[in-house]
Design a protein around this ligand. Structure first.
Ligand SMILES: Nc1ncnc2c1ncn2[C@@H]1O[C@H](COP(=O)(O)OP(=O)(O)O)[C@@H](O)[C@H]1O
Ligand SMILES: [Mg+2]
Length: 227
């Protein structure tokens, strides 16, 4: 894998993202890095467990036919996942430039794929417009399963939908209502685990308001910290 150091494209809270050439295929290398403020043993456990979970979730979703990058290589100890590079733009960056019809289609796809993912007892954990890529062929690809996990607790599923709905509200308030409504409709259509209840839970979370948003953020931070 040549010239990794020349192709850093993003540096997030947990990982560095490189674009590289792997046997002639353009790939993304996601490498989790140690945090100086964490205990070294803890760093190692955290990096290994988050890498394992992210790779496992990605592979399962990919094999089930969901639009996620395919996993090419995993090095748990090194905290590295090599995956397919997806040519596209983050929805958080470009949603507003798209035609209204396309935006509505996208909201439906997001609802559908969220339902299919939750049907597999997988939650995303950071389900926002920044973690959805929009490709040239006008399809969406879900990325960044760094906070994902397995659960049968519908609260986790509701948090995914809540985060997505908050994300559109914050970035594109003019589309927020139609987007969320359509996303929920498709979610219910494809859910096999009682989509109605999940949507009800989203309303509950919303009704709990700011306080809960704070709790949600704390939960995410907690998870980021304890893996
Ligand atoms: N498979 C991929 N194909 C193309 N770009 C990607 C891919 N995975 C990540 N990226 C880019 O790298 C950025 C950060 O990756 P992400 O997995 O979201 O990590 P973080 O936890 O730092 O947000 C993404 O916003 C996206 O621009
Ligand atoms: Mg991300």
């Amino acid at each position: 894998m040549a010239s990794l150091s020349n192709s850093l494209i993003a540096r997030g809270a947990e990982a560095e993202i490189y674009v590289a050439d792997f046997l002639g295929i353009k790939v993304v290398v996601k490498k989790r890095v140690s945090k100086p403020y964490r205990n070294p043993i803890f760093n190692k456990m955290f990096i290994e467990s988050r890498t394992r979970t992210e790779a496992k979730v990605l592979s399962e979703l990919y094999l089930a036919g969901l639009p996620v990058p395919s996993v090419i290589l995993v090095d748990e100890e090194g905290g590295v996942i090599v995956m397919e590079y997806v040519e596209g733009s983050r929805l958080s960056d470009i949603l507003g430039t798209l035609p209204r019809e396309t935006i509505i289609d996208i909201s439906g796809s997001i609802g559908k794929y969220a339902a299919l993912m939750h049907n597999m007892e997988i939650y995303h954990g950071d389900f926002t417009l920044a973690n959805i890529l929009f490709t040239r062929s006008s399809s969406i690809v879900i990325i960044d399963f760094g906070l994902a996990g397995y659960s049968t607790d519908i609260e986790e599923y509701a948090i995914d939908l809540h985060l997505m709905s908050r994300s559109i509200e914050a970035l594109y308030p003019e589309f927020s209502e139609i987007f969320t409504k359509n996303m929920f409709e498709k979610y219910k259509e494809y859910s096999k685990i009682g989509g109605e209840n999940v949507i009800r839970k989203v309303s509950e979370i919303r009704a709990r308001g700011r306080y809960v948003d704070r709790e949600v953020r704390k939960a995410i931070l907690r998870e980021r910290y304890i893996g």
